[in-house]
Write a protein that binds this ligand. Structure first.
Ligand SMILES: *[C@@H]1O[C@H](CO)[C@@H](O)[C@H](O)[C@H]1NC(C)=O
Ligand SMILES: *[C@@H]1O[C@H](CO)[C@@H](O)[C@H](O)[C@H]1NC(C)=O
Ligand SMILES: *[C@@H]1O[C@H](CO)[C@@H](O)[C@H](O)[C@H]1NC(C)=O
Ligand SMILES: *[C@@H]1O[C@H](CO)[C@@H](O)[C@H](O)[C@H]1NC(C)=O
Ligand SMILES: *[C@@H]1O[C@H](CO)[C@@H](O)[C@H](O)[C@H]1NC(C)=O
Length: 680
């Protein structure tokens, strides 16, 4: 083909030739490549042969690593005598081969008649070093110095770089003993690293007297663990071979650091690494941790599935990862070191039972709490309904307080009053500036009804002389009432307190007139009149300006046709209308009678139980005598000259109010008007 192309014109010859040549070259390369990958046997007998070692054509092995296969026995190639290989490792970079024993035999005249220096040229490319760690040199003979000479070298005055050996001697034919290789018939010596060949030599000493029991000298390298001296070896077969460990490496004269930069770098697999050789120059390759295989071929190092291999411990759940593996306890278990220590449950059974029990109790407690809370809520709702909540709710004027809002006020330190009805506390609701009086009744069903009554009645009245009900709380057994706070206490207290404060007639008239106004309002100024039912000084409160405010509507009645007949006596003895006591019929005139008693108490400053007052009320004096008696009893503090007229008028009103015939008593509105007139 090439020749043919030369016949073409010169100008085209060169490029065409070049192209053809290139094609040829490429084809050869491809063919070679294909051949090497398909033809290279990967084993010989039972021995696995891996790159850089190889059998066959040139591409199958790296230079110096050729193996020949002889009837199923691998041999180091290119040796002068066959060198069998019985172990080959890519991982440890070692080979175990059989090397010949070197020998030298003497005749009875002390002449050397045959010898073998053992050299087999197994290491033409110097990829091997004789392992100094695994091997030793043995010399056998009865008058000899045997030594190995190794690694050709120049410049030191000798042909080799290493000379290592030992001397062996026998005093007579019985001197050597089995098992002892210590200079009698046999000697041994460690070897240095760096030995490259199996070349031995002997010093020639006089053997004349020893030829019969030790005709030859022997020297050989051998696996430290594989040879024990026997006296019969003084006459051993001169074809004997000994096992020897070789360290091999990529001997490019390069260290790892240098080798990585060149194309011939041998550690071609991913996840491989380079180690400088420990015996001789060069380097070896290894798969990195967690990978295994052949680092000298592309893709040779593969991940180790540690979970399937016993030498990677895991007492928990094993999970393989690239280059490594994870070992964890399954959830709910733990171990300080799951790789070596078995996993234990996080909570031992006992702990789980205890936790469960505690959790159970806790849940039961919560359920009970919720049930109780619901019960309490229902109770509060029930009270609310029972206490007239639905009706009271519609009354805009009354505020409905929550139980918690009032609980802050209901403390002993806030208590300002106490009596048969219950307790009264003073305090502030939320952030209000004006104080309130909170009336907390005793738990008594009868009284409870009274309080509800009071709420309903109070909700209908709004007058400056009637104490103002701000709101109530119905979420309790008996409703709690919240009133405006009236600072000066009751008229009863003002009149009869131990340190009697001076009260002039004008003030007394004002109190009388304003109280009358309040009552008159209740009797006649609202659509459904209300009877107070318990008019007495204790129920007339005075504010800071001594403005009276009627309070306590617990016994009040709304007047309807039949409702003012009461089966139980209400009100307070002394202030009570005698006619009502007789008939059981409570009317507005009953309030008027009581008010008359209040007026009497107001101007006399004597208690209703005072004998004088009692006498005045008890006996049915005629009007004139009664009035005269009233004037006599007037508090000296107000009976001055200028007041006599007013006192007479007051006495007149009182007597009219106290008339035993209810029909003859004036109306409350009338009394209010007359008192108002008197005040002017
Ligand atoms: C050395 O050999 C000679 C001759 O056989 C003998 O007489 C002598 O006792 C031997 N010496 C020792 C220490 O064995
Ligand atoms: C070797 O030893 C024998 C006996 O001891 C002696 O006769 C002979 O001359 C020696 N030979 C040499 C070469 O020295
Ligand atoms: C050792 O081998 C050689 C041939 O290489 C032979 O001539 C000689 O007799 C042998 N010697 C012994 C002691 O076996
Ligand atoms: C190694 O280096 C020596 C000198 O340093 C050289 O003679 C030898 O050829 C080199 N061998 C290789 C395989 O490069
Ligand atoms: C390569 O790895 C194997 C296994 O991990 C180890 O036994 C060997 O010593 C390593 N070789 C070198 C040269 O580090």
């Amino acid at each position: 083909m090439i020749r043919k192309s030369t016949k073409v014109t010169k100008s085209t010859v060169m490029p065409t030739t070049l192209i053809l040549l290139s094609c040829l070259l490429l084809a050869t390369l491809i063919a070679h490549e294909a051949e090497s990958s398909s033809v290279c046997p990967d084993s010989c007998g039972s021995t696995n042969i891996q790159y850089p070692f190889g059998i066959g054509s040139e591409g199958c092995f790296r230079k110096g690593f050729e193996i020949s296969c002889n009837n199923g026995v691998p041999m180091l190639a290119s040796t002068t005598r066959p060198v069998p290989v019985n172990f080959l490792s890519i991982i440890t970079a070692e080979a175990r081969v059989m090397l010949p024993v070197a020998w030298q035999c003497y005749d009875s005249d002390n002449n050397i008649y045959a010898l073998n220096d053992g050299d087999v040229h197994f290491n033409s490319e110097e990829v091997y070093r004789i392992s100094n760690t695994h091997n030793q040199l043995i010399v056998i003979g009865c008058n000899t110095l045997g030594y190995t000479q190794s690694q050709r070298s120049e410049g030191n005055g000798y042909p080799y770089a290493y000379y290592t050996g030992c001397m062996s001697f026998c005093n007579n034919s019985h001197s050597a003993v089995d098992g002892a290789c210590a200079g009698v018939g046999c000697c041994h010596v460690d070897i240095p690293p760096g030995l490259t060949n199996n070349n031995m030599a002997f010093e020639h000493y006089n053997h004349t007297t020893r030829v019969d029991y030790a005709p030859c000298d022997y020297a050989f390298l051998v696996d430290r663990n594989s040879y024990t001296f026997r006296t019969r070896d003084l006459k051993m077969d001169n074809n004997t071979m000994m096992p020897v460990w070789l360290d091999w490496a990529i001997r490019d004269n390069l260290t790892c650091a240098e080798a990585k930069k060149v194309q011939s770098y041998a550690c071609v697999s991913a996840n491989s690494e380079c180690h400088d050789s420990s015996n001789g120059p060069g380097y070896v390759c290894n798969c990195t941790m967690g990978y295994q295989g052949n680092p000298y071929i592309i893709g040779g190092c593969t991940d180790i599935n540690e979970c399937q291999q016993k030498e990677y411990p895991c007492r928990g759940i094993c999970r393989n990862t690239l280059g490594s593996y994870e070992c964890k306890c399954r959830s709910g278990f733990h171990s300080p070191d799951p790789f070596n220590i078995p996993c234990n449950p996080n909570f031992p059974l006992a702990a789980r039972i205890v936790t469960g029990a505690i959790g159970g109790l806790f849940i039961i407690a919560i359920v009970v709490f919720i049930i109780l809370l619901g019960k309490e809520k229902r109770r509060m709702k029930e009270f609310f309904r029972k206490n007239g909540g639905p009706i009271i709710e519609k009354v805009n004027k009354i505020k409905l307080f929550k139980k918690e809002e009032l609980e802050r006020i209901l403390k002993t330190s806030n208590r300002i009053g106490q009596g048969g009805f219950g307790e009264v506390y003073m305090g502030y609701i939320r952030d209000e500036i004006r104080p309130v009086a909170v009336k907390k009744p005793m738990i008594d069903v009868k009284l409870a009804n009274q309080f509800a009554n009071e709420v309903i009645i109070q909700s209908r009245v709004l007058h400056k002389n009637i104490v103002n009900l701000i709101g109530c709380c119905l979420e309790v057994d008996v409703p709690i009432l919240v009133y405006e706070y009236v600072s000066n206490g009751s008229l009863d207290k003002i009149l009869h307190d131990r340190n009697k404060m001076p009260l002039d007639l004008d003030l007394r008239l004002k109190i009388a007139a304003q109280s009358a106004k309040g009552l008159a309002y209740m009797h006649s100024e609202i659509t459904t009149p209300i009877l107070h039912g318990d008019v007495k000084p204790a129920n007339i409160l005075l504010d800071e300006d001594f403005m009276p405010k009627i309070s306590d509507f617990g016994t009040s009645r709304m007047i309807t046709i039949e409702e003012h007949y009461t089966s139980t006596i209400i009100g307070n003895w002394g202030y009570m209308d005698p006619e009502y006591v007789l008939t059981g019929l409570y009317t507005s005139k009953s309030d008027v009678y009581s008010f008359g008693v209040v007026l009497l108490e107001l101007i006399t400053r004597k208690k209703v139980l005072d004998p004088d007052i009692n006498d005045l009320l008890g006996n049915s004096h005629d009007t004139y005598t009664k009035k005269k008696r009233v004037i006599e009893l007037v508090d000296p503090e107000i009976s001055a000259k200028g007041t006599i007229g007013s006192l007479h008028s007051l006495a007149e009103i009182i007597v009219q109010c106290l008339n035993l015939d209810a029909d003859l008593r004036p109306e409350m509105a009338d009394i209010a008007e007359r008192l108002h007139y008197l005040l002017k």
